[in-house]
Design a protein around this ligand. Sequence first.
Ligand code: SF4
Ligand code: SF4
Length: 160
Amino acid sequence: MYKRMYLLRFTKDNIDQPLICDLVKKYNLDFNILRADIFMQQDGVMMLELAGPRKNVQAGLKYLKKNEVKVETLATVISRDDDKCFQCGACTGRCSTGALSIKRPEMAVIFDPEKCTACGLCVPVCPVQAMHISLDKSVRFDYQRVEDSGQAKEEVTVPE
Ligand code: SF4
Ligand code: SF4
């Protein structure tokens, strides 16, 4: 499952439309509203986690953009608590980038943050919750806006 966090900026013209419900109904996506600053007839901002098949997420984002919602990706960071990790290897089967791998012959589970794309797939499979996902520390949500950071967020480009 593809899971990402986004920052959505609504305008006073689209803020009262059921666009988030449409993501569920039309695109079969799961969502989790992490923060929101929404008032009728005002511009608003929402931090949203979306999950589902990648093509559905992309189609849902395209739908939001068509409805004049500005969408930004929020960068996330994956870290491992080495005190908790007992090297079982369960997470390596979910990691397609090689960020989690088994080093032989020691059979040690290596985590290479440089290869990690922060997809989050390894987080739920860890039996001791050693893998953590969090927002990039340079991102700050102050109920009005997320502070700009070239590394922290990027414009979402959705293929036509
Ligand atoms: S699943 Fe958890 S405990 Fe097992 S190797 Fe991965 S991080 Fe360590
Ligand atoms: S978040 Fe994704 S890319 Fe990063 S270590 Fe976990 S499974 Fe691999």
